[in-house]
Design a protein around this ligand. Structure first.
Ligand SMILES: Nc1ncnc2c1ncn2[C@@H]1O[C@H](COP(=O)(O)OP(=O)(O)OP(=O)(O)O)[C@@H](O)[C@H]1O
Ligand SMILES: [Mg+2]
Length: 549
């Protein structure tokens, strides 16, 4: 039997007819199996799966019409050619075809017609089969393609979201830069105007001795002072753009601020400071800007709790496995300030980091606190985040890129808690009388003993007579400039801490000319000045670090 020849099941109970059909079909090259009853026919279809069943209508057990119906129901791909010698009327043929037969032939059948009919039916079925397969594979491909497209679409949606996010971040940072520049220019000019007003007021005061007028001018001076404080904040914010990063030990920094922060928030507020133990809390950031940022957060928290409540500061290490918005994956030192205050509405959260956004009354908030916090975080390769629940409280976190512990400059912060001085002697050198007077007043109020010099030469003379604990030096002065003074003082007294005051000098030039000196940009806030002085006075050059016992 030819394995590839189509298999025909030849069903007829009349032996002669069955034999004749078998002979014809075998002769034409088909494989042929016989069955003599309806039951046997069904069993063989199930077992052999023939390509075509040649089915006589009259069978001893089940009628051929019913056998055909069952075959078509269970194996619809099998072709059925019904034959009959007894049921030959058009009605019989109709019944057969409606029972599911693919064709109906009346016996006796001409052998050639039988073979031709079988071939035609097999062709038809093969074509149908192909079509069905094609359909199935088409459906499968459509499903596959659809899921590919869905995946592509999801990727596209994500890419679009990422791009929109990046664009928004870019726009925001450009906005900040533009606002910062504009504000800095304005604040700078405005500061000069205020300085002139102060000058004229002092001149005026010399010419009057009416106590009422003097009291009014006192008021005017205090308002001008508020204006100067405001412009210093604006400039401090604008400057937070060019901070100088280094490895900073955040644990030391935070604990060093503790007492001083407690004084700032007042006695009725519980302020706690906690840092994760057993891990380096070293961040790549700018120590004084970070201190200012923490101060800004604590002042915000104090305002939010309105007198009573708690403020918790915490520093720890956190790892981000995946990027989160403007925060890339990586290791971070996270400093957070949590308060039990009023919380913020979503509207306020959305704008909180915008420069000049404030909900505080005129004169009480400039809206630059969180803008500075955001800047420091961004420039420390991190980000700032707000978590808040209205009526319950707020946590603002500063994420700072983790730094290298071996690069941390060690310095003792012992006694640093209190920002005020303990009678240390400061030599203040500035050619502008106004600045000398204001600064001397300010430093005196902070508990320092101040001596002033109006020129480099005068400064050098004073140092030679009695070296001070710290030198505050203007950079640009007629005659011997600040850098030259510093160099000469260092030759004789290499350990005197020096802080330069300048609006223009750049930190790199100063670092190259006078190593280990600090730079404070004019105008500065009182807190900045005090912080810088405390830092220098407690640094290793002023008092060598003794390892803890
Ligand atoms: N801890 C907080 N709880 C509730 N609201 C806060 C908190 N911190 C900030 N805010 C809200 O965000 C606004 C912006 O804060 P930001 O520190 O930038 O400015 P400010 O405090 O208003 O002014 P400035 O800090 O310049 O004195 C605040 O006015 C306040 O509405
Ligand atoms: Mg604030």
């Amino acid at each position: 039997m030819n394995r590839h020849a189509p298999l025909i099941l030849n069903v007829d109970d009349t032996e002669a007819a069955r034999y004749a059909k078998r002979r014809t079909l075998s002769h034409a090259g088909f494989a042929v199996e016989d069955a003599v009853s309806g039951i046997e026919a069904l069993q063989k279809v199930e077992a052999l799966r023939p390509d075509l069943v040649l089915l006589d209508v009259r069978l001893p057990d089940i009628s051929g019409i019913d056998v055909c119906k069952q075959i078509k129901q269970r194996w619809p791909a099998t072709a059925v050619l019904q034959t009959s010698a007894t049921f030959t009327s058009p009605a019989d043929r109709t019944r057969g075809l409606e029972g599911g037969a693919d064709s109906y032939l009346i016996q006796p059948i001409d052998p050639e017609e039988l073979v031709a009919s079988v071939r035609a039916l097999l062709r038809l079925h093969a074509a149908e089969d192909k079509l069905r397969q094609l359909n199935e594979s088409l459906e499968r491909r459509i499903v596959e393609r659809t899921s590919d497209l869905q995946e592509l679409n999801a990727q596209l949606v994500e890419q679009i979201a990422q791009r929109e996010h990046a664009e928004a971040a870019l726009v925001q940072s450009q906005k900040m830069e533009a606002v910062g520049q504009l504000a800095a220019t304005m604040a700078h000019d405005f500061n000069n105007i205020l300085a002139s007003v102060v000058g004229y007021m002092y001149l005026m005061r010399r010419k009057v001795d009416d106590p009422a007028l003097l009291a009014l001018s006192d008021k005017a001076l205090s308002v001008v002072d508020r204006g100067r404080r405001l412009t210093s904040r604006v400039l401090a914010f604008a400057r937070s753009d060019d901070l100088v990063t280094a490895a900073v030990d955040v644990r030391t920094l935070l604990h060093g601020m503790e007492d001083w922060l407690r004084q700032t928030v007042g006695g009725a507020v519980t302020l706690t400071v906690a840092t994760d133990e057993g891990v380096d809390l070293v961040a790549t950031t700018d120590a004084s800007q970070l201190e200012l940022a923490i101060l800004n957060l604590v002042i915000n928290a104090r305002d939010a709790i309105n007198g009573t409540g708690s403020i918790g500061l915490h520093a720890g290490v956190q790892r981000r496995e995946t990027a989160d918005g403007d925060l890339p994956a990586g290791d971070y030192v996270v400093v957070s300030v949590k308060d039990s205050g009023s919380g913020m509405t979503p509207d306020v959260v959305a704008r909180a980091f915008d420069p000049f956004f404030t909900t505080k009354p005129v004169g009480q908030g400039t809206g630059l606190g969180l803008a500075q916090v955001g800047n420091v975080a961004r420039l420390s390769r991190g980000a700032a985040r707000i978590n808040t629940v209205e009526g319950e409280g707020t946590t603002v976190s500063i994420w700072l890129a983790w730094g290298d512990a071996s690069q941390v400059e060690t310095f003792s912060r012992s006694g640093f808690g209190d920002l005020s001085g303990q009678g240390e002697r400061i030599l203040l050198v500035d050619d502008e009388a106004d600045i000398r007077r204001t600064l001397a007043q300010l430093l005196g109020d902070s508990g320092y003993e101040v001596e002033s010099a109006a020129s480099g030469l005068e400064a050098l003379t004073l140092v030679a007579v009695s070296p001070p604990d710290l030198l505050l030096l203007d950079v640009l002065m007629p005659g011997i400039g600040g850098l030259e003074v510093a160099r000469r003082v260092r030759q004789v007294h290499p350990r005197i801490p020096i802080i330069f005051l300048s609006a223009h000098a750049d930190a790199e030039t100063i670092a190259a000319e006078v190593p280990h000196a600090a730079l404070l940009r004019k105008p500065f806030m009182r807190e900045e000045l005090n912080l810088q002085i405390r830092r220098c006075l407690s640094g290793p050059r002023a008092a060598p670090v003794t390892p803890p016992a």
